[in-house]
Design a protein around this ligand. Structure first.
Ligand code: SF4
Length: 213
């Protein structure tokens, strides 16, 4: 998916000039993406302490409803945003990937907190996944342990920007509109010692570490 905004057929200056004359101009793509970006429904799902902050973000004080995302759905079939909030144990990882696969396209993933991004304080633990992006594609990473609700709101705004920048046709179209991108992700199995496979090589490769001689 491209992060660059889709090119607009008219410039901002031209649009402002038209607006001054009471003419509102838009395109199918802009209005389609505007609607989608303001109706992202998260899956009602949390894994550990970060989930408490996610819940706080949806309550009256931080009011996630301002962004159209207050409709937490109890079923993955009705959700289009997976907020991975908390520690992903290796036993839990297959379930998280299975939930992701059950969500309809177009769908998005936010990795909330150090645990979801990299394993966080438990990174060296034998039982903790070192980042959910090893198995599912992550759109927005929110660092912190835990990130505050404001950080989740900012992450959601980043996701909205990404959605608004998606084209509805052509090579910059999101994966669900392209035939060359597969939908489901590999569900790992919990083997005798570790996950099998330990990562999805089409999604994640270990960073190359160059050491001095
Ligand atoms: S990142 Fe910190 S607050 Fe969030 S789940 Fe991990 S340990 Fe808990």
């Amino acid at each position: 998916m491209s992060d660059a905004p889709a090119p607009s057929p008219i410039s901002d200056a031209e649009r402002d000039e038209l607006r001054r004359h009471g003419i509102l101009l838009t395109s199918v793509q802009e209005i389609y993406n505007w609607g989608r970006s303001h109706s992202v429904w998260p899956l009602q799902f949390g894994l550990a302490c970060c989930a408490i902050e996610m819940i706080a973000a949806s309550m009256a004080r931080f009011d996630l409803a301002r962004f159209g995302s207050e409709v937490f759905r109890p079923s993955p079939r009705q959700a289009d945003l997976l907020i991975v909030s908390g520690t992903v144990t290796k036993k839990m990882a297959p379930q998280v990937v299975r939930l992701w696969n059950q969500m309809p396209e177009p769908k998005y993933c936010i990795a909330m907190g150090a645990c979801a991004i990299s394993g966080g304080p438990f990174k060296q633990g034998y039982n903790v996944l070192k980042g959910i992006d090893r198995f599912i594609p992550v759109d927005v990473y929110i660092p912190g342990c835990p990130p505050r609700p404001e950080a989740l709101l900012h992450g959601l705004m980043q996701l909205q920007e990404k959605i608004r920048g998606q084209a509805i046709a052509g090579p910059d179209a999101p994966p669900h509109l392209r035939d060359d991108v597969r939908g489901d992700c590999t569900v790992p199995a919990f083997g005798p010692h570790d996950l099998i496979p330990p990562k999805d090589p089409s999604l994640w490769h270990p960073p190359v570490i160059v050491r001095p001689d």
